[in-house]
Design a protein around this ligand. Structure first.
Ligand code: ADP
Ligand code: MG
Length: 596
């Protein structure tokens, strides 16, 4: 099983699997569209056969013309003309089906893949996203799968049409004049070697260009997400330079791609033209030597035209195939990442959670190559207790709290909720029991009411308003232009930090979980917000286990127990008075804040 690790790392060993597991996966996307697929193939077959029949008709007509101009001959020419017209009609209909339904089939398969990847993205855990760039992940979902849609239907069509045309044209040529046919077939091995060589170059170049477009997306995503910081530091030029770097690398990769594509395509085209010249020259010689007649030469030339078509299609197919494989590889790299935090097979559902939280000898580090944030930490929090977590910045307060909803897996020891190891609790059940107010609140695009309702999707209007009132948010919401229906824009930029935090408190009121984790905003809140948040926290904390990562004296003082974290783990715990009297770490932190 692949664990969640940087994607590149897995890439190396995934490479050779391409022919088995990944190919099977690739083929599985055809399954729901089998009937459409076979209809598409049948049409491709019809297209190919009609293509071959047309030169035979031309052969018959020219033979008749040369034979003389009796009334019989004219009727035959009319007849052949009518048949050819019919063939063209069938040919066109077949082509139309392939062009429309074939493309739709590809698009539907792409749609299925996208859904699968999106679902997968939602399963991957925090650890995965810590390592990934959103832009790259977006590219995999959008660009890469589109390349595949093309391959999905053009691939099989091209194979069918090319193979049939090739074999058919070859048979016709041999039957007309074997020696001339073999002459032009001498070109084929040379062309194969040539194609193989540039094919390999094309493949490598395409892979690079896929990665580079992902880099561009990451860069844009980064700059635009931080556009406010960029502007406030007037660092637009720095960002432009970073972008120019990515953009330039992408251009270079496109250059490589086009170069190899040009050699590949145009080289093959030149060979096919050489074939035509060879036919005319050797055909002419044969006519002079009377081993070939004119209608045969015309048919021959038409067939060489048909022979060129599969070669062109082969070139096209190769490009599609390379792009598709590059896209599919990138797609599978993510899809093959197993979420490292999943329900255990026998995971249990917890109901009536009381909210006892126990850390038993917990050790944790973010990565195998980084230092431990906690070593052998033990802590017991009673149901309904109000605990404040204090300690200097970067000491691990947020980390400690993110272990409870199992955002990260402990390396050693266990975390228990109501005495049950959280590893054996179903994730949805566990996370439903925990309410989280984060330091920087994320608000989704949409209205105020949508964002509050996120805490309980089936909440009524009345419940939402009640929650907002309890969160002390009702007042400012009503002052917004459209009240609860105000569109707050992406990331809630139109609200202040304190207002956003109050919305997120309202969400948790709606959710009404037995356990609350509250990461107090570190930044200075306006006085009104601070007072409002403190009051609503007090209400919110009633009848549930509450852990507050506290930065304000007012919050700390209200706590039943204060836990002081230092490098060594839990340094001391007790009430405010006890800890001040003890004269330890907390007392000095407290005195420092007082003096501010
Ligand atoms: P606090 O909340 O006490 O300020 P954190 O829990 O955020 O501290 O961080 C504790 C330590 O873990 C810090 O050294 C920080 O750099 C590191 N850390 C925090 N989040 C991550 C992460 N997602 N990946 C790797 N290291 C992290
Ligand atoms: Mg923190």
């Amino acid at each position: 099983m692949l664990a969640e690790r940087p994607l590149r790392e897995q890439n190396g060993r995934g490479k050779f699997n391409l022919l088995n597991a990944r190919t099977r996966k690739f083929l599985s996307y055809y399954k729901p569209y089998q009937r459409l697929f076979w209809a598409d193939m049948a049409c491709a077959f019809v297209v190919s056969v009609t293509t071959l029949l047309i030169p035979l008709g031309a052969n018959a007509i020219t033979k008749n013309i040369l034979a003389g101009s009796g009334p019989d001959t004219l009727t035959q020419i009319y007849g052949m003309g009518a048949i050819m017209l019919g063939l063209i009609l069938i040919h066109t209909l077949g082509n139309m089906f392939v062009a429309y339904q074939g493309h739709m089939m590809g698009a539907m398969m792409e749609h299925d893949m996208r859904r699968e990847l999106f679902d997968h993205y939602q399963k991957l855990s925090f650890g995965f996203y810590d390592e990934q760039k959103v832009g790259q992940l977006m590219t995999r979902l959008t660009n890469d799968s589109f390349d595949l849609a093309e391959l999905f239907h053009h691939g099989p069509e091209d194979i069918v049409i090319s193979l049939l045309n090739f074999v058919g044209a070859f048979a016709i040529l041999i039957s007309i004049n074997a020696r001339l046919a073999l002459t032009i077939f001498l070109f084929l091995p040379i062309m194969a070697v040539y194609a193989f060589h540039f094919n390999k170059k094309m493949k490598a170049a395409l892979r690079r260009s896929h990665d580079r477009i992902g880099d561009i997306n990451s860069q844009v995503e980064d700059t635009l997400s931080g556009i406010r910081v960029v502007k406030s530091f007037t660092n637009e030029t720095v960002e432009a330079e970073k972008f120019a770097g990515e953009n330039g690398r992408f251009l270079a990769s496109r250059r490589d791609t086009y170069r190899s594509e040009t050699y590949f395509y145009e080289g093959l085209m030149a060979f096919t033209q050489l074939m035509t010249v060879a036919v005319i020259v050797f055909g002419g010689i044969s006519i002079v030597k009377s081993s070939l007649d004119l209608p045969e030469l015309i048919t021959f030339l038409l067939c060489v035209g048909i022979l060129i078509e599969p070669i062109r299609r082969y070139g096209n197919f190769t490009r599609l195939y390379q792009e598709g494989v590059a896209g599919f590889t990138r797609f599978m790299e993510v899809l093959e990442v197993q979420p490292d935090i999943q329900d255990a097979d026998n995971a249990v559902e917890l109901d009536q959670v009381k909210g006892t939280i126990t850390f038993r000898n917990v050790s944790f580090r973010y990565r195998n190559d980084s230092g431990y944030v906690f070593h052998n930490l033990s802590l017991a929090i009673k149901a309904g207790e109000f605990v404040a977590l204090v300690g200097s910045s970067g000491i691990g307060k947020t980390t400690l709290c993110s272990l409870i909803p199992r955002f990260y897996e402990v390396n050693d020891g266990e975390v228990l909720l109501d005495g049950t190891n959280i590893k054996t609790i179903r994730l949805d059940s566990l996370r439903r029991s925990i309410g989280l107010v984060q330091q920087d609140v994320y608000l989704f695009a949409g209205t105020v009411v949508d964002n509050i309702r996120y805490g309980k999707l089936d909440a009524s209007e009345a419940e939402i308003v009640a929650a907002a009132k309890k969160a002390n948010a009702h007042g400012f919401i009503m002052a917004l232009p459209d009240g609860y229906n105000t569109d707050i824009g992406q990331r809630g930029v139109k609200l202040s930090g304190g207002q956003k935090q109050r919305l997120s408190i309202a969400r948790v009121f709606l959710k009404n979980p037995p356990v609350l984790i509250f990461d107090e905003a570190t930044g200075a809140l306006d006085n009104e917000s601070e007072q409002a948040i403190r009051d609503s926290l007090e209400v919110l904390a009633r009848n549930r286990t509450t852990i507050v990562i506290a930065h304000r004296l007012s919050t700390v003082r209200n706590a039943q127990r204060i836990i002081v974290l230092t490098e060594e783990g839990i340094d001391e715990q007790g009430t405010h008075e006890e800890l001040v009297a003890r004269g330890g770490t907390y007392a000095s932190l407290y005195n420092m804040q007082l003096s501010l």
